[in-house]
Design a protein around this ligand. Structure first.
Ligand SMILES: CCCCCCCC/C=C\CCCCCCCC(=O)N[C@@H](CO)[C@H](O)/C=C/CCCCCCCCCCCCC
Ligand SMILES: [Ca+2]
Ligand SMILES: [Zn+2]
Length: 286
């Protein structure tokens, strides 16, 4: 046992020494390296397509902020934090793939962790709170405490952080699936299927880039992580509108939420959002 502790302490001290020497900001100081060849298209950008694909964050976030504003005005402006923070996720993700630095990796992962935390605080259904939590503000304090602890732990083994984040994502998808069991509205069910479907595609790309790189290199197609960036932003847009709809239904009395699509509502094509048709809402079923 004491040998094991010494070994762990030894490897940790070694890692700390390495980081101090190389610097958390230096290129390739992260242990994580994605399948795309480094410096193939640029001398200063390590992973060119993985970096540039983050532009999707800067396109979708302002549109979602605009589309969800009528709902956020009625519910709480804190809702906007999700898409404001997504802009920072995009910036940090760009920085990470450009440098593959440990600082970039931590900024990328911690910003995702805090977006998920804000998402849980505003959207997690009240009726699924643990029995000892009586109000949303107490729930938010609990989420904050867990997020602070997770933030500190993330420095211990940075390479494990992404797996922990995907674990949270699985819980989000599970919660959405549970909510849909009592839902009969075809438009809402369709959006839930689309959100989960796009997430499944996204996570398949992430896993395949991580573990199937030797295969993708043989066919010279190393862009799955870049595709993941695009799909996960779409899944988050679909998921956030779905959660906003359910939240409005249960948390804003007489709001009569309705799902719409921008730019083409008649074809259900584009980005979904919520409008509130209240004040004559009478039925509380999805
Ligand atoms: C009831 C709970 C509501 C929670 C709402 C959740 C709001 C969405 C949260 C996060 C947005 C995702 C941002 C993805 C950034 C991608 C950057 C990136 O690629 N990072 C990688 C390194 O480059 C890193 O390895 C990725 C780690 C895994 C990230 C896990 C993201 C979780 C996404 C959750 C999506 C939910 C979709 C819901 C569909 C029903
Ligand atoms: Ca690479
Ligand atoms: Zn990435």
């Amino acid at each position: 046992m004491s040998d094991l502790i010494l070994q762990v302490a030894g490897s940790w001290t070694g890692r700390v020494q390495y980081v101090v020497m190389a610097g958390m900001f230096s290129y390739e100081s992260s242990e994580v390296d994605w399948c795309e060849d480094n410096y193939r298209h640029s001398e200063t950008v390590a992973e060119y397509f993985n970096t540039m694909s983050n532009i999707i964050f800067f396109v979708v976030s302002p549109i979602m902020l605009y589309l969800l504003h009528p709902y956020a005005k009625e519910r709480s402006l804190a809702v906007h934090l999700v898409w404001i923070m997504m802009i920072f996720v995009g910036l940090f993700s760009m920085y990470f793939h450009m440098t593959l630095s440990l600082m970039g990796q931590l900024l990328d992962e911690l910003s995702i962790l805090w977006v998920i935390a804000v998402g849980y605080s505003v959207w997690f259904p009240r009726r699924h709170f643990p029995f000892f939590i009586k109000s949303r503000s107490t729930f938010s304090w609990m989420v904050l405490a867990i997020t602070v602890i997770t933030t500190v732990s993330s420095f211990v083994k940075p390479v494990a952080n992404a797996y922990a984040l995907n674990f949270f994502a699985v819980h989000v998808v599970y919660s959405v699936a549970v909510e849909m069991r009592s839902c009969t509205n075809p438009r809402v069910l369709r959006l839930a299927r689309q959100a989960i479907g796009v997430w499944v595609l996204a996570i398949s790309c992430w896993i395949s880039d991580r573990f199937g790189c030797s295969f993708w290199k043989t066919i010279n197609f190393c862009y799955l992580h870049a595709i993941w960036h695009i799909l996960i932003v779409i899944a988050t847009a679909y998921g956030s509108s779905l959660l906003s709809y359910l939240d409005a239904l249960y948390e804003i009395p007489n709001s009569q939420p309705v799902l719409q699509y921008w730019p083409c509502d008649s074809w259900d094509l584009g980005l979904p959002y919520v409008i509130l048709k209240g004040p004559n809402k009478t039925k509380k079923s999805c």
